[in-house]
Design a protein around this ligand. Structure first.
Ligand code: ATP
Ligand code: MG
Length: 376
């Protein structure tokens, strides 16, 4: 798929931007702070319903406006699709696909994009939450019905946690645990689906990751990815659902007293982590800076490869400022790896940092205004 037109109204520092993108490579050039990443963020918003930079959605609305609007025309095979998001400073944000209301969280059913950005290093380096989010973006593309499972799970978890908190004030002997059992059942049912789907995603990612790492780093290395399940330590990618549910139940029962003491749920996929492995050592805490970069790029490339085989076709690749961070050989390898994707949008502060690719259109971004073909 590819974007043919993107319109931003009161989005970040873009008052009114209207850009016509082409199939193939599009480049956005501009000095620091002019609004390049904001364009990437807008496209990613349409593809995920969220921002890769902040969870505070009001930050996306132009500072003096009450609403921010993003609209894109998308082409896929011979079909076209128009997607809008309207961000509201005080009310609910809204999304539409071809004029029909859709939930923000369901936008990933319509547009697939993969963003590469320097901030992606956080996937490898930061908290487990980053790795769960990375993996779950893949899970929901491979299996869109999981979008609802994740939100049902989150709701059940909140309910169980607030019940646990209220039970802390009841004497042990007088606690009625029957309502808790209802939430346990929900959490185990939904959490089993999540664990099963995450194990499947990890398994699907393994080979593309190895290939992508070799493509980026230039040498074949032993790479691996493993889900560290908080449901049960002994689960592996061959575990069937009923075994996951059984282990989950055992762990939940064993943790009950602790959970009641702490007023929070300690067992479940909300506590999962993912371990990335390079040459039999975890990337986090062991890999060099360059290796960490190669691994992060490889994770994104592997994701793009997986999405590619989905019914929506090629994802839109967004490369935000990545070339400036890469040495010449990695630049060339990355360029090679993305060369036959349907659409690639590259941003750079310095035009010379963009490798010699077959650029279809160059835009210049200056103070939230975008012009085509010539430096502003
Ligand atoms: N809600 C908002 N309203 C108005 N301006 C905003 C808002 N949010 C961010 N900005 C402005 O947008 C600019 C940042 O744009 P962006 O991150 O797209 O820059 P960039 O071109 O990617 O720069 P760099 O090359 O440094 O990455 C900043 O000047 C920031 O103050
Ligand atoms: Mg930027």
């Amino acid at each position: 798929m590819h974007i043919t037109r993107l319109r931003l109204t009161s989005f970040r520092n873009h008052d009114s931007t209207d850009v016509g993108f082409l199939r193939g490579v599009n480049v956005l050039i501009g000095l620091n702070g002019q609004g390049k990443t904001n364009i990437v963020e807008a496209i990613n918003l349409l593809a995920t319903g969220g921002s890769h930079r902040t969870s505070m959605m009001t930050a996306l609305i132009e500072k003096n406006a009450d609403h921010g609007v993003v609209n894109a025309e998308i082409a896929h095979d011979s079909r076209s699709l128009s997607v809008d998001v309207v961000l509201d400073r005080t009310g609910a944000n809204k999304a539409r696909a071809n004029g029909n209301s859709v939930r923000m969280r369901d936008l990933s059913r319509f547009i697939h994009a993969v963003v590469f950005a320097p901030e992606d290093l956080k996937i490898v380096r930061d908290d487990p939450e980053e790795r769960r989010a990375f993996l779950d973006a893949i899970v929901t593309v491979l299996s869109p019905r999981m979008i609802a499972v994740f939100s049902d799970y989150d709701r059940a978890l909140k309910q169980r946690n607030s019940l646990l908190k209220s039970l802390r004030f009841v004497n042990r002997g007088q606690r009625d645990l029957s309502t808790l059992a209802v939430w346990d059942e929900k959490i185990i049912g939904l959490g089993t689906e999540i664990t099963f789907a995450r194990l499947a995603a990890v398994s699907a990612l393994r080979e593309p990751l190895a290939r992508a790492y070799e493509n980026v780093a230039g040498t074949a290395q032993l790479t691996d990815i493993r889900l560290i399940s908080k449901v049960h330590v002994g689960l592996d990618e061959a575990s069937p659902r009923d075994l996951i549910a059984e282990k989950f139940t055992i762990s939940t029962i064993a943790a009950l007293d602790d959970d009641l003491d702490r007023g929070t749920t300690s067992i479940g996929p909300h506590r999962d982590d993912v371990t990335f492995v390079l040459n039999e050592l975890p990337v986090k805490g062991y890999a060099s800076h360059g290796e960490t970069w190669s691994f992060t790029l490889a994770l994104k490339l592997a994701t793009a490869e997986l999405f590619r085989h989905d019914s929506l076709g090629d994802p839109i690749l967004l490369l935000d400022d990545v070339f400036a961070e890469l040495d010449e050989s990695r630049r060339q390898r990355l360029t090679h790896a993305i060369r036959d994707f349907e659409q690639v949008i590259i941003t750079a502060a310095v035009e010379n940092d963009v490798p010699n690719v077959n650029v279809q259109r160059t835009f210049y971004v200056d103070a939230g205004r975008v012009s085509e073909g010539h430096a502003a």
